[in-house]
Design a protein around this ligand. Structure first.
Ligand SMILES: [Zn+2]
Length: 301
């Protein structure tokens, strides 16, 4: 990205379908992420969370406040086809709290930062985020924003996947102080979001049939500056590379790496300390490993 420090997640737009896969976008965050306040790490039951404060903030949003999450459900999310905001909130909080517990176990740490979840009408979503049509969710500065339609209000699987993916970005942003390279950030998010996007495998096979691994340097700050032809392979390689590191060194190595980044350890040094070889060597291995994978019957990167 153009000469700016990569902080902020790296807003991750969730890759959901072919259109989004072809043209994901990432933004750069120019400021320190908005800290919304640390919360007690004590786990709360889903019931307690559901009973969190529900308030009406002006006429624009219905607000739900819990110790870990604040939800805003835009009133204009439900003009023609009424959406039950309480149900959406309840469902979302269940997913987020379950994901919180799961990520706490996986990362062996309890995220403390409060995350905002905003449901906006698709029109408001585009207007406020500037996100193109094909994006289905985004994370930016401790806020997850999702365009709410009747379809995704009731499509639990899609909501589940979007929330998990974006919340992984939120946790990685906290643990790394917004310094995680985009490829690892997207790799972990894709690994943990649920089912692997079926388009990634073919995209990576096509790529490695003709090219070496995409230099990780290109995937450091975000995917928007890549030519669109690289983008599906960029997501796929991110997943492949992340999975490879976790298979070889365990998830703890990722947590260690993020902790080093948070402490300000130079990225290459943090990589070498956590994954036991220079990054350049890992990149050479990647080309070899991805080609080996492409010749196998494995479906997913
Ligand atoms: Zn993402």
């Amino acid at each position: 990205m153009p000469g700016t420090k990569q902080i902020g997640l790296n807003p991750g737009f969730l890759v959901v379908n072919q259109v989004s896969l072809m043209r994901p976008v990432r933004l750069i965050v120019l400021g320190v992420a908005l800290l919304l306040g640390a919360v007690a790490a004590a786990p709360c039951s889903v019931k307690a969370e559901q009973e969190g404060v529900r308030a009406r903030a002006g006429s624009d949003y219905t607000t739900y406040t819990t110790p870990r999450f604040t939800l805003y459900i835009g009133s204009d999310s439900k003009p023609s086809e009424p959406i039950n905001a309480d149900e959406v909130a309840e469902q979302s909080l269940k997913i987020l709290n379950t994901t919180y517990e799961e990520l706490s176990r996986i990362f062996r740490t309890q995220p403390k930062r409060k995350v905002v979840l905003r449901f906006l009408s698709p029109t408001e979503f585009r207007r406020q985020t500037g996100a193109p049509e094909w994006t289905s969710a985004m994370y930016f500065r401790d806020e997850i924003t999702i365009p709410l339609t009747k379809a995704n209000a009731w499509e639990r699987d899609e909501l589940h996947r979007a929330l998990r993916h974006e919340y992984v970005h939120a946790v990685i942003a906290e643990l790394s102080d917004y310094r995680c390279p985009a490829w690892l950030d997207e790799g972990v998010a894709q690994l943990l979001e649920g089912q692997i996007n079926p388009l990634l495998g073919p995209a990576l096979r096509r790529w490695v049939g003709l090219n070496p691994a995409i230099p990780l340097e290109w995937l450091q700050n975000g995917f928007t500056t890549l030519e669109s032809a690289y983008v599906p392979a960029a997501y796929a390689q991110s997943l492949f590379a992340t999975r490879k590191l976790i298979q070889q060194h365990g998830f703890q190595s990722v947590t260690n790496y993020l902790a080093d980044l948070r402490k300000g350890v130079v990225e290459r040094k943090a990589f070498e300390r956590s994954f036991y070889r220079p990054k350049a060597q890992f990149e050479r291995e990647l080309t070899r490993e991805m080609r080996r994978w492409a010749a196998s019957r494995e479906v997913n990167p």
